[in-house]
Design a protein around this ligand. Structure first.
Ligand code: GDD
Length: 341
């Protein structure tokens, strides 16, 4: 396997009479969130010559990054506001951008479709325009999604990047828009955009609205006697391809270091479980006796039936493959909730 490695090493500069290499600046939009906080941690632990910057909003909860606040630089920024994004990009002048901030919960996108499109698509346009305005030569990874594939036929799995996109929610449409904007800004202006279509990912700090975290939290609450032993669920027939978030953020780094600008890559595990199977795995990790009950309000107007990704293109380009077994991810997630409820 051979791949080119993009170097972010900067020229030497003189600081107080001493020659030093200026550090490359990596900016993470959404650093206070789930993947953002894990990515910041990964860079701090593995890339000593990179400074980590991250955007937050006034109402962002900081608990995921409290332990690293002294090691990163945070900048307030509202992605929907072009002025705010412009000021932030001018202040940071990043060499690398990981664009992870988004309205990322599918059901919210039915309640707030316009807001979802605004944050995800216009937010990204504001970012791209600011990078162009200041003439920055930076590499930009954008977090697209397997939800873009949407309605997938049984003979189309495992899904490659060439599969038709048939989005089934406003969220999925917003991600198709982000994806194609990434392609278009690359073609029109040569912006070095690398698109990652990440399949479901989970692990400690996963927001409690998402299925793995929601079920794990309910189990932890039942174990502590804080909740009657009934676990509420939605559609258990859907199938998803889960990767550990810690494997995913390593993939994001490799995407900017070894990925080809303009290209799109699936990031997936290459295995799929029904939500029912995932639930059974979680239940096996608990001694509690739990009844399962369907909650109609958790059903969606249309749900993606199956996601199973082919990550061969990304593997060939970067050498990445997932390393953390799903059982370990679920154990860590359940322990995370046991320590919090
Ligand atoms: N959230 C939730 N809660 N989902 C449930 C529940 C429940 O109680 N019961 C069943 N499900 C089913 C959903 O209907 C869906 O089929 C599946 O579990 C996964 O739901 P989520 O965890 O909410 O994730 P998602 O697949 O809709 O979207 C996630 O993955 C995308 C990548 O494929 C999100 O992380 C997106 O941001 C991401 O792009």
């Amino acid at each position: 396997m051979s791949f080119e490695i993009r170097s972010f090493i900067k020229p030497l500069i003189q600081l107080e009479g001493v020659w030093k290499a200026a550090m490359a600046k990596a900016l993470i939009t959404g650093i206070t969130g789930f993947a953002g906080s894990h990515l910041a941690e990964w860079i701090l632990n593995n890339k000593k010559d990179v400074e980590v910057y991250g955007t937050y909003r006034l109402r962002s909860r900081m608990d995921h990054i409290l332990h690293i606040l002294n090691d990163i630089k945070t900048v307030e920024c509202e992605l929907k506001d072009s002025h705010s994004v412009d000021e932030m990009i001018n202040a940071v002048k990043p060499d690398i951008i990981f664009h992870l901030a988004a309205q990322s919960f599918v059901p919210t996108s039915w309640n707030s479709p316009a807001e979802t499109l605004l944050v995800n698509q216009i937010g990204q346009v504001n970012l791209f325009e600011a990078v162009l305005k200041y003439g920055l030569d930076c590499t930009i990874q954008i977090a697209c999604s397997s939800e873009e594939y949407g309605h997938v036929y049984p003979n189309e799995v495992p899904i490659t990047e060439d599969n038709p996109l048939r989005p089934l929610s406003p969220y999925a449409v917003s991600k198709v828009g982000q994806d194609f904007l990434g392609y278009q800004y690359f073609k029109s202006y040569g912006l070095k955009v690398i698109r990652t279509r990440t399949f479901n990912h989970t692990g400690p700090r996963r927001g409690e609205a998402f299925v793995t975290s929601n079920f794990a939290k309910q189990i932890a609450e039942i174990e502590k006697g804080r909740k009657a032993p009934i676990l509420y669920v939605g559609n258990l027939q859907a199938k998803r391809d889960f990767t550990d978030v810690r494997d995913v953020v390593r993939a994001y780094w490799l995407a900017v270091e070894r990925g080809i600008p303009g290209e799109v890559y699936n990031i997936a595990s290459g295995t799929t479980y029904s939500i029912q199977e995932m639930l059974e795995k979680l239940l096996r990790l608990s001694p509690a006796k739990i009844k399962i009950q369907q909650d109609q309000s958790r059903m969606r107007p249309s749900d993606v039936e199956i996601l199973l990704g082919d990550f061969d293109k990304f593997h060939r380009q970067t050498g990445w493959k997932p390393e953390i077994p799903f059982e370990q991810t679920l154990q860590d997630l359940l322990d995370y909730w046991r320590n919090r409820v």
